[in-house]
Design a protein around this ligand. Structure first.
Ligand code: B1M
Length: 215
């Protein structure tokens, strides 16, 4: 198989033997970000389709996720880094009940590499923990990620909780994750939330939103 195809296959098959050598070879003529976006995420997409249609079982999805994470960790030092973390601070979490963190961690990398300080508090985070962290770290924004359909409901509840506590306009909120749609965030959630809430389709939109929020 050609190198690109082989790398994509490694994600789908969860095969990590020889992974680093293939990533090194890909780095010769591609940037680390291009490898992630154009090759590895394509593989994760196939994994999602196979899993969704019942052709792949959960333990294999987990293996694919591990290879994806190993690859991102290997590629991260090869990314361009803006040298200061002084452009603003965001608390980032995957919402309550949701363990998916590959997307959230990509958002962390992209923001961190572009001059933002990211306080990444991990997965399955209840709103209390998110707000405590935002308070404690004096954050400029809150980012919530979630991939399950249920997580879109949790996000809505989280915004309601912010309103109840009177902190709706204290932090702009960025939302992302595969189960969300732009319409759900920009129509439904925005109409019920007194503060600022934005939808990010991917990590790069997350970055441009952060630039906007901090402007
Ligand atoms: Co699960 N899973 N999973 N899973 N998983 C999905 C989400 C699913 C769509 C698969 C499917 O059925 N086709 C489905 C959800 C269905 C639904 O809700 N209706 C599903 C399911 C059902 C489950 C379990 C319930 C399975 C089970 O136990 N029976 C279980 C849930 C456990 C739980 O959360 N309580 C489960 C578990 C797992 C694994 C642990 C095996 C593993 C996760 C490992 C990990 O993350 N550490 C896993 C995986 C890998 C997936 C799929 C295949 C891939 C997700 C992924 O990493 N994509 C996924 C299929 C899919 O998404 N279509 C699936 C790559 C990643 C880069 O994309 O996170 O979307 P994503 O991030 C993108 C953007 O969304 C955006 O930027 C990123 C790209 O730049 N983004 C943000 C994300 N967050 C953002 C935040 C921002 C800005 C942008 O600002 C704050």
């Amino acid at each position: 198989l050609p190198l690109d195809e082989r790398l994509k296959r490694r994600i789908i098959d969860g095969e990590r033997t020889g992974l680093e050598a293939d990533l090194d070879a890909a780095l010769v003529d591609k940037s680390a970000l291009a490898i992630i976006n154009d090759i590895l995420l394509d593989g994760m997409k196939v994994v999602g389709e196979l899993f969704g249609s019942g052709q792949m079982q959960l333990p294999f999805v987990l293996q694919s996720a591990e290879v994806m994470k190993t690859s991102v960790a290997y590629l991260e030092p090869h990314m361009d880094k803006a040298d200061d973390g002084g452009k603003g601070r965001i608390v980032l979490a995957t919402v309550r009940g949701d363990v998916h963190d590959i997307g959230k961690n990509l958002v962390d990398i992209i923001l961190s590499n572009n001059g933002y300080e990211v306080v990444n508090i991990g997965i399955k985070q209840p709103i209390n923990a998110i707000l405590d962290a935002a308070e404690q770290h004096n954050a400029d924004a809150i980012g919530m990620s979630g991939l399950l359909v249920k997580s879109t409901v949790i996000m809505k509840e989280n915004l309601q909780e912010m309103a109840t506590r009177g902190v709706a306009d204290r932090w702009p909120v960025l939302l992302g994750g595969a189960a969300l749609t732009r319409a759900y965030v920009e129509d439904d959630l925005r109409s019920m939330f007194a503060g600022e809430v934005h939808y990010a389709r991917d990590a790069f939109e997350g970055l441009s939103l952060m630039e906007r929020v901090m402007a």
